[in-house]
Ligand binder design. Structure first.
Ligand SMILES: Cc1cc2nc3c(=O)[nH]c(=O)nc-3n(C[C@H](O)[C@H](O)[C@H](O)COP(=O)(O)OP(=O)(O)OC[C@H]3O[C@@H](n4cnc5c(N)ncnc54)[C@H](O)[C@@H]3O)c2cc1C
Length: 445
């Protein structure tokens, strides 16, 4: 079988890429090993830049219909007491509306719904979109991709092969790139439970030694993420579900009824955070996107967004190559040029957010609380944080910012104008820089 682009893996990244290519008249084959919905919880928080991309893919209305908007992130520090409501020590609300964009919120959408919407959109371009469910990509044979379903094997010859298989990637193995993994001192338990209709804001509740992230989903559900020490899962499970009921109720009494809907540990997923970032995103005509290229600590809710943002840039590049009759492999460096440093930046931000919640000391909590509070009081810090996590732009923190955040310099009174922010939002030229270049060989200008 012959195609323009072969994609191994029909997760959010692979599907977003396939839809973009099919829409632009590029033939694409997607091999996905699963035939039905995955029972595994995965990313659900769609950041503003991702919403902008989904709008361009023509699926934003369907996505919004299945989503719960998150316009602010609330950080609540509490002191807990057994059988008594928690005592609020501080509450800080960071607002997406500080970002100068019409995409001024994030959206919580069940992961499988996002995938189903993208698949349906792909099928709309059935002349170009060829989806193979139940087919596992096994690697390369004679320069062709080999996919297998039970006893049937298909060899696919493509101009570009994309590894979108997530963390375990045969394409990455074939590229021989370096992967350096970083682990953390904590793990998470994650489970979706019912919520009261009035509980509709994203919230992170912390005490000196506990962390509970709560992200409302549609249909009166909430995705919960509870931090435990690395290696503690077995002993917690032995304590029984009563442990979870009590922990959740002490931190958020509004969910004390919802948490009791968990009737089996099987619904509670252990999530082990780690990060890595490959040293190269492409080799010859093989390319990596999403978790195949990088995995991010989940604290800042970026993993799925990075995958879709990779797909957007790579998709635009490959579609342009086809439209302009340019040799794909000579232009792949543009994809890496745009995405690698942005991903590196967000990996670092997520890592810092993880560190903030990694140590269980009262003094560490005080530092964290003050740093979060100053982020709200100092508009430049507030804008930078929200702009950076939104994916819409990049505005690096300076040493002055960090000194203000650490309390070594006073909070600045200046309010950041939209005009000032616009310099830091990614322009189309920055997202797709090859369009400026007409060099035949695709080399850097
Ligand atoms: C528990 C958990 C919670 C998370 N929470 C968040 C969050 O809140 N926010 C966020 O942004 N991110 C979150 N993430 C990360 C996010 O889910 C991933 O970053 C994102 O799904 C990556 O997308 P992807 O398309 O690159 O890979 P994946 O989503 O992993 O998709 C890869 C696809 O390839 C298929 N596949 C794998 N190998 C093969 C093969 N050999 N042949 C054919 N098919 C194959 C898989 O079945 C899968 O469908 C979370 C991840 C986990 C595990």
């Amino acid at each position: 079988m012959k195609t323009d682009v072969f994609i191994a893996g029909g997760g959010v990244g692979g599907l977003a890429l396939a839809v973009k290519l099919a829409e632009r008249g590029v033939h694409v084959v997607v091999a996905e090993q699963l035939t039905k919905e995955s029972p595994v919880y995965k990313g659900e928080l769609l950041q503003p830049k991702t919403l902008a991309i989904l709008e361009r893919l023509g699926v934003i209305e369907d996505i919004e219909d299945c989503g719960h908007p998150i316009d602010q992130l609330r950080f609540q520090e509490v002191t807990t007491h057994v059988d008594e409501p928690p005592e609020e020590v501080s509450l800080t609300e960071m607002n997406y509306s500080r970002v100068a964009s019409r995409f001024d919120h994030a959206l919580m959408v069940p992961h499988e719904k996002t995938k189903a919407i993208l698949r349906k959109k792909g099928e709309f371009y059935d002349q170009y979109f060829h989806y193979y469910p139940g087919y596992r990509f096994k690697g390369f044979e004679n320069g062709q991709a080999k996919i297998k379903k039970k006893r049937e094997t298909i060899n696919i010859e493509a101009k570009v092969y994309v590894g979108a298989e997530g963390r375990s990637s045969p394409t990455r193995d074939a590229m021989n790139v370096k992967v350096k993994r970083k682990d953390y001192n904590h793990h998470f338990l994650t489970v979706t439970i019912p919520r009261p209709a009035t509980f509709n804001k994203g919230k992170i509740i912390t005490s000196p030694d506990r962390f509970l992230g709560l992200f409302p989903l549609p249909e009166d559900e909430v995705r919960t993420v509870y931090l435990i020490k690395a290696g503690e899962y077995k002993s917690i499970k032995e304590k029984g579900l009563e442990f979870l009921y009590q922990a959740y109720s002490e931190l958020e009494p509004e969910l004390s009824e919802g948490v009791r809907s968990i009737d089996d540990w099987k619904t509670v997923q252990l999530m082990i955070p780690f990060t890595y970032h490959v040293d190269s995103y492409y080799s010859g005509n093989l390319v990596l996107i999403g978790d195949a290229a990088h995995t991010v600590h989940p604290m800042a809710g970026e993993g799925m967004n990075l995958a879709i943002q990779d797909a957007d840039v790579l998709g635009e590049l490959l579609a342009w190559c086809k439209e302009e009759s340019k040799p794909y492999h000579q232009y792949l460096h543009y994809y890496e040029d745009v995405r690698k440093s942005r991903v590196e930046f967000l990996l670092h931000l997520s890592h810092l957010s993880a560190l903030v919640y990694s140590y269980h000391f009262e003094w560490w909590r005080n530092l964290r609380m003050n740093a979060v509070q100053r982020m709200l009081e100092d508009d430049q810090l507030h804008v930078k944080q929200m702009l950076n996590i939104s994916g819409l732009g990049r505005w690096d923190f300076s040493w002055v910012d960090r000194a203000v955040q650490g309390g070594f310099l006073p909070v600045r009174k200046r309010v950041i104008s939209d005009h000032k922010q616009h310099k830091f939002l990614f322009s189309e030229k920055e997202d797709y820089p090859w369009k400026r270049s007409n060099r035949k060989d695709g080399s850097h200008e």
